[in-house]
Design a protein. Structure first.
Lengths: 135, 154
């Protein structure tokens, strides 16, 4: 019953949902985002969710809790969550805060996160195919 | 929990400038949006002092935790930023004050995992680890004031 949308785009690539968190997400938007993502997992029968956090300049205990709750809910709905691209200072600070993202799988960047979700970039373009360098 | 009064828009919620001198900067903590103002104000303040990216992140995160505590547990409050010096060293001091119920057992409140709400219970203890100096003045019914300082490494 979120009265307001989080404004966070959620894209779909096959059976994977791709989304990302921004610094400007306030508490209400974070809660709305949790609702929206769980709804999309069900609606799109998603098996995986990639959450890019490379834009997040801080993760405080509220954001950490949101990520953990999202992961738990997604898992109950049959989707794996990978949180990708945590900045180094954010990781250092989280450790000092004493927060473990229990149950949350992480990847160094979005590409590795997608690979962990079963997406593979073919090393060679298919025979005779035109290689699109902007892809 | 009573709904805090609606205050001026976020951007106008800060008073005073943030010069490299001793002047103070205030952020009123009355709405959730004010918690975002805290991060913006502290990001600017840490840059003013000249902190590196890891210390910036530590200070902004600590401020976010303490401001949230004042907002959630203390029913709202005020965050003040100051720029102290000691023996030529520059620092950044946060003072977060609320007139809420106070913390009856401070030692317990510092323990990681202790919460009287729905949180992770890492805010207070974690914020202390992120700052160089940390002092809490509180008593039941008398509100809570946290004073936390981080010094710029020489
Ligand atoms: N300003 C305050 N006023 C009253 N009680 C407070 C205040 N700050 C902290 N507390 C008490 O100390 C406890 C521990 O605080 P701490 O920030 O560590 O955890 P939390 O706020 O419950 O959860 P988290 O910060 O991890 O989301 C709180 O649950 C609350 O009971
Ligand atoms: Mg807290």
């Amino acid at each position: 019953m979120s009265s307001r949308s989080s404004g966070v785009p959620i894209l779909r690539l096959g059976d994977v949902l791709i989304t990302g968190l921004l610094n400007e997400l306030d508490d209400k938007a974070a809660l709305a985002f949790t609702d929206e993502l769980t709804e999309r997992i069900v609606a799109d029968s998603a098996r995986g969710v990639l959450i890019d956090i490379s834009r997040l300049e801080i993760i405080d205990s509220f954001v950490a809790r949101t990520l953990m709750e999202l992961t738990t809910m997604a898992r109950l709905l049959g989707a794996r969550v990978i949180v990708a691209g945590m900045r180094t200072p954010v990781a250092i600070t989280l450790v000092e805060l004493g927060i473990e993202l229990v149950g949350v799988k992480t990847a160094l960047n979005a590409e590795q996160g997608m690979a962990a979700l079963g997406w593979h970039q073919s090393p060679q373009p298919p025979e005779g195919a035109h290689r699109d360098s902007t892809a | 929990m009573t709904q805090p009064p609606d205050t001026a828009p976020t951007a106008d919620n800060r008073t005073g400038a943030a010069p490299a001198g001793a002047a103070a900067d205030h952020v009123v903590l009355a709405t959730e949006e004010d918690l975002l103002s805290v991060r913006h104000a502290l990001r600017t303040a840490t840059l003013t002092v000249g902190f590196g990216i890891v210390d910036q992140t530590r200070v902004v995160t600590a401020a976010s935790e303490l401001a949230r505590n004042a907002y959630i547990h203390g029913g709202g409050g005020v965050l003040t930023i100051e720029y102290p010096t000691r023996h030529g060293e520059k620092g950044l001091r946060l003072t977060i004050r609320d007139d809420g119920p106070g913390i009856p057992d401070l030692d317990q409140a510092f323990v990681d995992g202790f919460t009287t709400g729905a949180g992770l219970g890492h805010g207070l203890g974690g914020a202390r680890r992120l700052m160089d100096e940390f002092e809490v003045r509180t008593a039941p019914g008398a509100g809570t004031t946290v004073i936390a300082t981080r010094w710029l490494p020489q």
